[in-house]
Design a protein around this ligand. Structure first.
Ligand SMILES: Cc1cc(-c2n[nH]c(CCNC(=O)c3cc(-c4ccc(F)cc4)cc(O)c3O)n2)ccn1
Ligand SMILES: [Mg+2]
Length: 214
């Protein structure tokens, strides 16, 4: 049967990227998505904004909601200090299987824990299952209708602390109007918008950075 797009993306990584070299994995995926097939990775333009937010924060405990093929997982993990940990949640088992192999090719398995399942099931189990107190940084890139309920769930589970940074992808396209309204009007967040483009296209999109004030 015909291969899937994530399988073809992984093939491109193996063909073009050097094992143990995260930057070459990032470049191989961007090349594949620009010249072969579009895929819903955060991409190079928004990825550079993600890089700057992570580099400035130097987080020890990171949560990513929505792994897909592991592109942003690799982008974030390659910048983390030794001993820092990234937990990434992926709902789709096929995506997760590809992401594990992309992460392995980049040589970043030691920093990353990929968990399969729905965010609403795993967020309440973070503390007891992973021994996590609070997260320093959360990258939201999963189902767009889950951004707001999962943010409220993270608040209720005590997973956010004064200064925790939430960075949300796709706030314009596909768009997360209810989430934006919440973080921009809530007294518990300081929010700002980084205007950019939908990955590999000219359409407007952007990232919303929101600092939890406690
Ligand atoms: C733990 C957990 C994880 C998930 C989960 N895991 N992986 C995802 C994928 C979610 N991502 C997207 O749907 C998405 C879509 C577009 C897009 C598509 C088509 C267009 F025309 C324009 C833009 C662009 C993007 O950048 C996106 O990120 N959800 C779900 C539930 N629970
Ligand atoms: Mg996205």
């Amino acid at each position: 049967t015909r291969s899937t797009r994530p399988q073809r993306l992984l093939k491109a990584v193996r063909k073009r990227a050097t094992q143990g070299d995260p930057q070459s994995v990032i470049s191989a995926i961007d090349h594949f998505c620009r010249h072969s097939e579009w895929a819903m990775n955060v991409g190079d333009e928004k990825g550079s904004i993600l890089d700057s937010v992570v580099s400035e924060l130097n987080p020890e405990k990171v949560l990513e909601l929505g792994t897909y093929c592991g592109y942003s997982t690799v982008r974030i993990a390659r910048l983390l200090p030794p001993g820092a940990r990234l937990i990434t949640l992926e709902f789709n088992a096929d995506y997760a299987a590809i992401a594990r192999q992309v992460i392995a090719w980049a040589g970043l398995e030691d920093k990353i824990q990929l968990v399969e399942g729905a965010s609403e099931d795993w967020i309440p189990r973070m503390k007891e299952h992973f021994g996590i107190e609070t997260f320093d940084f959360v990258f939201l890139d999963h189902w767009k209708h889950r951004y707001l309920p999962d943010t409220k769930l993270m608040e209720d589970c005590g997973l956010l602390r004064k200064g925790t940074v939430l960075l949300a992808d796709n706030v314009i396209c596909p768009g997360v109007p209810d989430y934006l309204e919440y973080v921009r009007n809530s007294l518990s967040y300081k929010s700002c918008y980084f205007k950019s483009h939908l990955e590999y296209t000219k359409a407007e999109d952007g990232l919303e950075k929101s600092v939890f004030l406690g």
